[in-house]
Design a protein around this ligand. Structure first.
Ligand SMILES: [Zn+2]
Length: 449
């Protein structure tokens, strides 16, 4: 087998950033050596000052396939993923039809994905009101964990779960040893806030923000922490927005509860103060809050209360965003950002003194661990899949529709000036993206836990 050497003066490993050569044989990294130790017979690719990071793992993506491929689909989502430096996506169990709440639905998803993916993928199983009996079969079929909603998910076909329904599911979840990912907002505070805003101007971002108060997140997190204490399952809070919940999450960790937390680039980049009225491109749930909140989320990444960052890539057809009407009450809530998350994060992280090692921990290693594939991907080390991204940190660019690569090029990041350009993405040794092109046929396959 041909030995290939990928060199850079800035290879990002868990131990830090250093000049190195990745020695790749077939799909695997055989070794990471100082450049001088590159074997003479190796086929050499020198990326110079461009950094080599582990391929990003995005454990929070809505691919919507099968059933709503017109919203996104495996082809478009994995194309955008490859262009954005990702090598593994984990698909959320809703918005596709059928929702991934049974083994039969998972098999339909596998059939839909076959031969159409440019990066690797996995699928979370869904927990809904009445599928407690499907939990262990789904675990045996290879899902890395489960996702549930404590509030209506904004789409029919995937039910939220009440506390009694959760209690019915938790013994089985606990037996699998797999994580439960929770959309942590409770309906009570949101319903009453929304009711009191019935006559408000719903083209104002502030109206939407007031309709989803921090207390909705905080009370949901309190409920989940108490269930975690009782049932001892692995709890993961998805897309944390409310910084008010951080002290209690931090205390839960000190207590030894098995809890982890993610947030998203949009909560770390945008701030409510600068979202224009009518700009439903910025609508997501929970909402983007104020600047002070954003800086507290950054502080939580610094102190480790937030473990990692994933996109919650959630596209929809343009009409559903109601861009002309600008009504925050009725527009689809979701931000699609698979292809630009790395430069968004690099731009913001660099300004706050973070390094590429932090980025790799937040965007590769952390999510890979949640999905249970951290022995295979998410790091640059001997024995790992040759999944990596070549990232030019010295170039800047302006986000245009051509940069997005997903099906409907809608994004609140359009027009933003960002630092860092993805030059190439390698999936198990193959160049799935290179300088604006997708040189190989779709090679992505499912990772089973
Ligand atoms: Zn989501």
């Amino acid at each position: 087998m041909t030995l290939r050497a990928f060199l850079s003066r800035r290879v990002v490993t868990s131990e830090g950033v250093r000049p190195a050569a990745l020695l790749v044989e077939g799909e695997l990294i055989r070794d990471v050596v100082v450049p001088d130790r590159t074997p003479a017979h190796a086929e050499t690719h020198d990326f110079g000052d461009a950094a080599i990071l582990p391929g990003l793992v995005d454990s929070h993506v809505h691919i919507n396939d099968p059933g709503r491929a017109e919203w996104e689909g495996f082809e478009a989502a994995t194309r955008a993923a490859a262009a954005g430096g990702n090598t593994l996506l984990v698909d959320m169990p809703l918005n596709c039809l059928p929702a991934t709440t049974t083994v039969a639905a998972l098999e339909l998803k596998r059939a839909a994905a076959r031969g159409r993916c440019r990066v690797d993928w996995m699928a979370w199983g869904g927990i809904v009101a009445d599928n407690q009996g499907d939990i262990e079969p789904l675990a045996r079929t290879g899902v890395p964990g489960f996702k549930c909603f404590l509030i209506h998910p904004g789409i029919d076909g995937f039910t939220m779960v009440s506390e009694p329904q959760l209690r019915a599911a938790l013994p089985a979840i606990s037996r699998t040893g797999l994580p439960l990912l929770v959309h942590a907002e409770l309906p009570g505070p949101i319903d009453s806030a929304t009711e009191s805003l019935a006559d408000a101007d719903w083209s104002c971002y502030q109206t939407y923000l007031q309709s989803r108060p921090e207390i909705a997140e905080l009370s949901a997190i309190r409920m989940m922490l108490s269930l975690c204490r009782e049932y001892q399952f692995r709890l993961h809070i998805v897309h944390l927005s409310a910084s008010r919940a951080l002290p209690e999450l931090c205390a839960a960790r000190s207590e030894g509860l098995p809890v982890s937390v993610e947030t998203c680039p949009h909560y770390l980049h945008f701030a409510a103060e600068t979202i224009p009225d009518g700009s439903t491109m910025h609508k997501c749930a929970p909402p983007i809050r104020n600047r002070e909140n954003r800086e507290k989320l950054w502080q939580a990444l610094r102190d480790g209360t937030i473990d990692f960052v994933v996109t919650d890539h959630s596209p929809c057809p343009p009409g559903m965003k109601q861009l002309a009407e600008g009504n925050f009450r009725t527009a689809w809530g979701g931000i699609a950002s698979l292809s630009v998350a790395l430069p968004v994060m690099y731009t913001e992280a660099r300004a706050r003194g973070f390094t590429l090692t932090d980025i790799a921990r937040w965007m590769s290693e952390g999510p890979a661990k949640l999905a249970g594939c951290d022995k295979r991907t998410g790091r640059i080390a001997a024995g790992y899949n040759a999944d990596f991204v070549v990232f030019d940190t010295e170039r800047e660019f302006t986000v245009t529709k051509e940069c997005l690569h997903y099906r409907h090029p809608i994004s609140p990041y359009l027009g933003e000036r960002l630092r860092g350009v993805v030059k190439a993405t390698y999936l198990r040794g193959a160049p799935v993206y290179s300088e604006g092109k997708f040189p190989v046929k779709p090679l992505g396959k499912e990772h089973r836990r």
